[in-house]
Each structure stands twice: as C-alpha cells, then as structure tokens.
Design a protein around this ligand. Structure first.
Ligand code: AP5
Length: 215
C-alpha cells in the first residue's frame, strides 16, 4: 500500500497513520517528525528548518524533497509506505512522482481528511505528544490515563511550539495557499479519496481502512 494522507494541520494525519501502520505493517513517513528530529539534533538541516517551522511556514522544497527521496529508497518501504505531511506543494508532488517512477512504483491512493477550521484549532491547541515515543494525545478527545504522562511508555507529554493559536493561523493560511491545490492535482489523476475527518477518531479510522481494503 503506497499512500498519501492529505489534510490541513490537525486533520488527524498522524493519528490515522498510526492506525494504518498497525493494520498494514508499513512505515509512516512524517516529514514533520523528521524535521523536528533534525531540529532537536541541531543538524545543519535542522538549523535551516527551525525558523520556518517556528513561524508556521514551509521548509524549502529542496530540503523536504531530499529527505523523502532518500527515505523512500530504504528497505522497509519496499512493501509500501504512508506519506504524512508530504507532498505539501505542487513542486513536491512533481518530485514525488519522479522519485516513484525512478523506483518503478505507483501511488495507490491519496486520502484527504476533511475537517472544519474551528475543529482544527480546537484539536491543535489541545494536542499533546510524548517526548520519548512521540505518541499523540488530545486533552479532551484522546486523553492519557494519567494527565501529562504517556500511556505507552510513561514519558512526559508536551505541547508543540507551533501549536500556539497565532502560529496555527499561519499554518492554516499556508495550507490553503500552497497545499490545498494538491486535492485537484490528485483528483485529476483519479487517486483522491475523500474522508469525513469530523467524525470521532475510531470512525475516521474505519472509513480509511474500508477505502484501503477495497483497493
Ligand atoms: P507537521 O508535523 O506535518 O504538521 P501539520 O501538517 O501541520 O499536521 P499536524 O501534525 O499538526 O496535524 P495532523 O494532521 O497530523 O493531526 P494529528 O493526528 O496530530 O509539520 C510541521 C511543520 O514542519 C510545518 O508547519 C512545516 O514548517 C514543516 N513541514 C513538514 N512537512 C513539510 C513539507 N512537506 N514541506 C515543507 N515544510 C514541511 O491530530 C491533531 C490532534 O487532534 C491530536 O491531539 C489528536 O488526538 C486529535 N484528533 C485527531 N483526529 C481526531 C478526531 N477525528 N476527532 C477528535 N480529535 C482528533
């Protein structure tokens, strides 16, 4: 299964990717996670990416295309992959098509999670993630058993720096200008599958799995 999860910030891409990883045993490739790891490790790429990420802007196409192209060539992507947060611009989508054709692979589907803006802001301001294993939670919609502590590994939960309301607004704006046009791009190629992302997490997972199992 070679899949893209498309949707605005907070649509549930990471949440649903984790469920698909479990069902299909294929890796999640999250450019956001990879970039945050590079920022934490203070690599040259992380230092370049940090300013854009803090502002809710996009990191340059050249950086993200480079990391995804390299990642797709790794052995664990042989059976498939879930792209979460990539592509985000038309040049990224074109570069992905080129990389996949070089590897002799085709995408199976592009699943677009549709969520209203007010719900997105509520989801992002209430989101928490584990410092150790990165598992995501929500203070109201998917709370941990003990406040501030990860159910999976006992690690400390924290709020992402770009989940502040003003940065969230910038991320939404960037999404509408630069990423939303990808819906038409993939609709034209017949790959787009639209999912109601407003439903509860488990119901969204069911919709996504039904689509994937039918492919
Ligand atoms: P990235 O990490 O990719 O952030 P994003 O796209 O803004 O998406 P999020 O991770 O915020 O949301 P999500 O859709 O995964 O939602 P989640 O499942 O966590 O990117 C961060 C930054 O990196 C970018 O701003 C940019 O600077 C840079 N970057 C990354 N990729 C790039 C690229 N390709 N090009 C250039 N720059 C790039 O869910 C959110 C919350 O809602 C959670 O708390 C969850 O529990 C809850 N929730 C999920 N589903 C539901 C539901 N159905 N009902 C109720 N609550 C729900």
């Amino acid at each position: 299964m070679k899949l893209i999860l498309l949707g605005p910030p907070g649509a549930g891409k990471g949440t649903q990717a984790a469920q698909i990883v479990e069902s299909f045993g294929i890796p999640q490739i999250s450019t956001g996670d990879m970039l945050r790891a590079a920022v934490r490790a203070q690599t040259p790429m992380g230092l370049k990416a940090k300013e854009a990420m803090d502002a809710g802007a996009l990191v340059t196409d050249a950086i993200v295309i480079g990391i995804v192209s390299e990642r797709l060539q790794q052995e664990d992507c042989e059976k498939g992959f879930i792209l979460d947060g990539f592509p985000r611009t038309l040049p990224q989508a074109d570069a992905l098509a080129l990389t996949l054709s070089g590897l002799g692979k085709d995408l199976d589907a592009v699943v677009s999670l549709q969520v209203e803006t007010t719900a997105l802001v509520e989801r992002l301001t209430g989101r928490r993630a584990c410092r150790d294993c990165s598992r995501g939670f929500h203070v109201s919609f998917d709370p941990p058993a003990a406040e501030g502590i990860c159910d999976s590994c006992g690690g400390e939960l924290f709020q992402r720096g770009d989940d502040q309301e003003e940065t969230i607004r910038n991320r939404m704006e960037v999404y509408h200008q630069q990423t939303a046009p990808l819906e038409d791009y993939y609709r034209q190629s017949g790959l787009l599958k639209v999912v109601d992302g407003m439903a509860p997490i488990a119901a969204v997972t069911q919709q996504v799995l039904d689509i994937l199992k039918a492919i």
